[in-house]
Ligand binder design. Structure first.
Ligand code: COA
Length: 188
C-alpha cells in the first residue's frame, strides 16, 4: 500500500485565549499550569488533525516560563507538526502574549509535545508521513531529530547517574552547595 503523506499546513493550529483574573496565582501572574493546559490542548488538536485520530501526550520538552504572562493578556498558541515517527508526532508550540491595550506581543516560550496516535482498541496507530513545504519545515524536522538523539543520550546518562552514584566519592561536591549534612545523616 502507498504511504500517505500530509502537508504541515493542513494541521497547523492556533489557539487564542484571554487571560482572565481566575487564571492568576497569588502573585497576580498567570499560573504556569493554565499555560501548560492550553499547550496540551493545542498540541492535541494539531496532532489529532494530522493523525486523523485520537492522540495522547507522551512527553513534553522545553517548558521554561521565563517571562510572566499578565492578567488581561491575549495568549496565542501556534502549533504545527514538526516531526513524525511511526506512531508518534512532535508538535512544536510557539506561545506569545499580547498586551491588548498597547499591541505589544512578547514571545514567552516554545515547547515541544510528543504525542502518540491511538487506535480505538488503545493500541498505537501509524501516523501519516509529513510533507515538508518550506525551509522552516525542513529545519524543524531536522531539529526534532537532533533533540530526540540528545534526549536518548541524556536518558542513558541519567540512568548512569542513578546506578553509578557513590555518595562518599561525590561528597566533596557539596562543599560549595547551600546545604548542611546533619550528624549521622549518612547512616540513616
Ligand atoms: C507512551 C505510550 C504511547 C508508549 O507506548 P508503547 O507501546 O509502550 O511504546 P513504544 O515504545 O512502541 O512507543 C510508541 C511511540 O512513542 C514514542 N515514545 C515512547 N516513549 C517516549 C518518550 N518518553 N518520549 C518521546 N517519545 C516516546 C516511541 O519513540 C514511539 O514512537 P514511534 O512509533 O514514532 O517510533 C503508552 O505507554 C501510552 O499510551 N501511555 C499513556 C499516555 C497517556 O495517557 N498520556 C496522557 C497523559 S495524562
Amino acid at each position: 500500500m502507498d504511504e500517505v503523506y500530509k502537508p504541515v499546513s493542513t494541521s497547523r493550529t492556533t489557539l487564542t485565549e484571554l487571560m482572565i483574573p481566575s487564571y492568576a496565582n497569588f502573585g497576580g501572574k498567570i499560573h504556569g499550569g493554565i499555560l501548560l493546559s492550553l499547550m496540551d490542548k493545542v498540541a492535541y488538536a494539531c496532532a489529532a488533525k494530522h493523525a486523523g485520530r485520537y492522540c495522547v501526550t507522551v512527553s513534553v520538552d522545553g517548558v521554561d516560563f521565563l517571562q510572566p504572562v499578565e492578567v488581561g493578556n491575549l495568549v496565542h498558541l501556534q502549533a504545527s507538526v514538526n516531526h513524525v515517527g511511526r506512531t508518534s508526532l512532535v508538535v512544536g508550540i510557539r506561545v506569545t502574549a499580547e498586551n491588548i491595550s498597547t499591541g505589544v506581543i512578547r514571545h514567552t516560550n516554545t515547547s515541544y509535545f510528543t504525542m502518540v496516535a491511538k487506535n480505538e482498541d488503545g493500541s498505537n496507530a501509524v501516523v501519516p508521513g509529513l510533507q515538508l513545504e518550506t525551509r522552516d519545515d525542513v529545519r524543524r524536522f531536522l531539529e526534532a531529530i537532533k533533540r530526540k538523539e540528545l534526549k536518548q543520550t541524556y536518558r542513558s546518562e541519567l540512568d548512569n547517574v542513578k546506578t553509578q552514584l557513590e555518595i562518599e566519592v561525590d561528597l566533596p561536591k557539596l562543599t560549595d552547595e547551600r546545604c548542611e549534612i546533619l550528624a549521622n545523616a549518612l547512616n540513616r
